[in-house]
Design a binder for this molecule. Structure first.
Ligand code: AGP
Length: 634
């Protein structure tokens, strides 16, 4: 996810663009750049790293002008360096362009353009667009953009300038967001509203397959067949911070809501026909065929995704798979050989323990594959191979969208291995992919049902818990004179079986890390080996009991809890009549899906329950105490 901005008007464009990029930095922050059109032509300045570096550079060597573009990058193709930073240009540097999104067919387009004599300067997918426009430019920038974007596949929001049309910016949108800001004889294009709020709150929202041209006289919108489109401007009443969160109260809630599009995007870019592509993998199929053992190593939420990966890989690809936390793996002298594949999972790509586990594995001669979100991070550079999750920046400390993105990548990798090692037929793999493609729609449906911060039923449940929790503590301290032996159990137990045992661990972690309430995840079969001693009328037990071959076993666990007075919240498949007969206290329905894919859906109510409980307790949800987004120390 990146941030783009364009401006035309009478202000100092450098100031406007930097202000806009500052407000868009939450969308990506591994490099930034500006392009300004003035009497000397197009002046481009770009720097790797945070926006501050570019800001300081422009302060020292300012660029004057009143029309320009800006970009803050979240790298998807090409590591974060100056060469790959946006803006990008055509061969002759007459055209300059910024882009947010992923061009899926960039390689095929790049090959064709190279054959026709175009010279590329970067490894990005974006630069292809600038050369396409160059090829189609016949004196009309809007027309050149219109012809060019029709060749693109994937997601894009672009803004383009041409040296020979110094009073115009042309922009286009497919899937990635794009808005137009309308000021007093000044106009803006941007990825998101925060970028322009300082100057105007009058906005036009651009839809997919629309092209907008702005100049000092105004705004013109056409569709891809050159038909003019009438657009109505709206006035937004968000303040800046709200706008950076897309109108959500917290980044965590915003990121929870990004999951349907994110998983669709992973499937659209990774699955073409029924073939799975990991273009950046770098580990040859011949090596993957010889692997006789897999270790999955990670921390926290990534570790829980890895536990799910074990079930997926062993079930689909039938390779023995062990899972370890990085901090344990790195010190226990693991049995790793040249035919071992170590998969390290890390959203940040910088977690110290996971990086150490990677280095330990390489020292022992294993091949290491990184499943990482941040391009150019240490793990992505030091691993033998990498698969990016492309989840965009995850700002909230509590990981949500990165988790489901990791699940998606691990599931696709398991299918890839299964096909490569002929453990599953192409027909079966196509069937699994068809089922996986249902996940985004199901998640979207659950977010509509439970995700609204104003009217979600989960918020209501969290309020009940909050009231019960404080009533018990008050009762306890009032009755302290009776010399009670122990404080009441005010904790949450999360129970699941098979692929939803990791879901139980993840649900417990989400709750405890943002609400500071004691919460434990267990494999449900373990209850009778100790944890059931915790059950009395106090603790809430979240039972993950979707339709599956172990449904009856979960029902028995629920009955054991209910018979001891425990309170049970069941996460069950919609229409499950049996669960309604065993007297659970609350039911959270999830749509029906193939049982190995239920963790994708179960994650949503678990994330939202943690969010609403923490909200009821008034905690700092995006930046919980004692935690950091990336633990780069031991
Ligand atoms: C999860 O919500 C936490 N933020 C934490 O457990 C996190 O998953 C862990 O620190 C691993 O981080 P990484 O994925 O960046 O390596």
């Amino acid at each position: 996810m990146c941030g783009i901005i364009g401006y035309i008007g009478d202000r100092d464009v450098s100031e406007v663009v930097i202000e806009g990029l500052t407000r868009l930095e939450y969308r990506g922050y591994d490099s930034a750049g500006v392009a300004i059109l003035n009497d000397n032509g197009i002046d481009i300045r770009k720097r790797p790293g945070k926006l501050n570096i570019l800001k300081a550079d422009l302060k020292k060597n300012p660029i004057k002008g009143h029309i320009g573009l800006g970009h803050t990058r979240w790298a998807t193709h090409g590591i974060p360096n100056e060469q790959n930073a946006h803006p990008h240009t055509d061969c002759k540097k007459n055209i300059v362009l910024v882009h947010n999104g992923i061009i899926e067919n960039y390689q095929m387009l790049k090959d064709g353009l190279t054959k026709r004599g175009h010279a590329f300067r970067s490894q990005t997918d974006t630069e292809v667009i600038a050369h396409l426009i160059e090829e189609n430019y016949k004196g009309n920038l809007e027309e050149a953009v219109r012809i060019s974007v029709k060749e693109l596949k994937g997601a894009y929001a672009i803004a383009v300038l041409h040296k020979d049309e110094p009073d115009k910016i042309v922009a286009a949108r497919c899937e990635s967001p794009l808005i137009v800001g309308i000021g007093q004889s000044e106009y803006f294009v941007a990825s998101d509203i925060p970028a322009i709020l300082k100057y105007t709150n009058k906005v036009i929202f651009i839809n997919n397959y629309e092209i907008v041209s702005i100049d000092k006289k105004g705004v013109r919108v056409i569709d891809y067949s050159n038909q003019p489109i009438k657009k109505k401007a709206v006035c937004v009443d968000w303040d800046i911070t709200q706008a950076e969160k897309g109108g959500y109260d917290h980044f965590m809630l915003k990121e929870i809501h990004e999951q349907p599009d994110l998983i669709s995007n992973i499937l659209n870019t990774r699955v073409r026909g029924n073939r799975i592509h990991f273009d950046e993998l770098r580990i040859k199929d011949t090596i993957l065929k010889k692997i006789d053992k897999i270790f999955i190593v990670a921390c926290g939420t990534a570790y829980h995704a890895g536990l799910n990966g074990k079930y997926m890989i062993e079930w689909l690809a039938q390779v023995p798979t062990l899972v370890d936390t990085s901090s344990e793996f790195r010190y226990r002298n693991p049995i790793v050989g040249k035919n071992t594949l170590v998969v390290v999972i890390s959203q940040s790509g910088e977690t110290a323990d996971t990086l150490a586990a990677l280095r330990e594995s390489k020292k022992k001669g294993a091949k290491v594959l990184g499943v990482v979100n941040v391009l150019g991070s240490s793990i992505s550079r030091e691993a033998d191979g990498v698969i990016y999750t492309h989840a965009g920046p995850e700002i909230a400390v509590a990981s949500t969208k990165a988790y489901t993105a990791q699940l998606a990548i691990l599931y696709l990798f398991s299918l890839y291995l299964a096909g490569l090692r002929e453990k599953r037929t192409p027909y079966k793999i196509a069937g699994y992919l068809k089922e996986l493609k249902k996940a985004p729609g199901h998640i979207k449906k659950m977010l509509e049902q439970y995700g609204d911060a104003k009217k979600s039923d989960l918020k209501h449940k969290a309020r009940i818990f909050n009231r019960e929790y404080h009533k018990r503590l008050k009762d306890y301290y009032q009755r302290d004179s009776e010399g009670r032996k122990r404080a009441p159990n005010c904790c949450f137990l999360f129970l699941g079986r098979n692929v939803n045992y990791p879901s139980a661990l993840e649900g417990a972690l989400k709750l405890k890390e943002i609400s500071y309430i004691s919460a434990e995840g267990y494999p449900a079969g373990e209850m009778k080996h100790g944890p059931i001693a915790l059950i009395d009328e106090n603790p809430w037990t979240i039972c993950i009991v979707p339709e599956s071959s172990l449904h009856e076993k979960m029902i028995s666990n629920i009955m054991e809890i209910k018979s001891r007075g425990g309170i049970v919240v069941a996460i069950a498949t919609e229409g499950d009549e049996e669960i309604r007969k065993v007297g659970v206290d609350y039911i959270i329905d999830i749509p029906r899906i193939e049982q190995t894919l239920t963790p994708f859906l179960v994650a949503i109510p678990l994330q939202l329950l943690a969010y609403f409980v923490a909200r009821e307790f008034g905690e700092d949800i995006d930046q919980p105490r004692n935690l950091a987004k990336s633990v780069t120390v031991e």
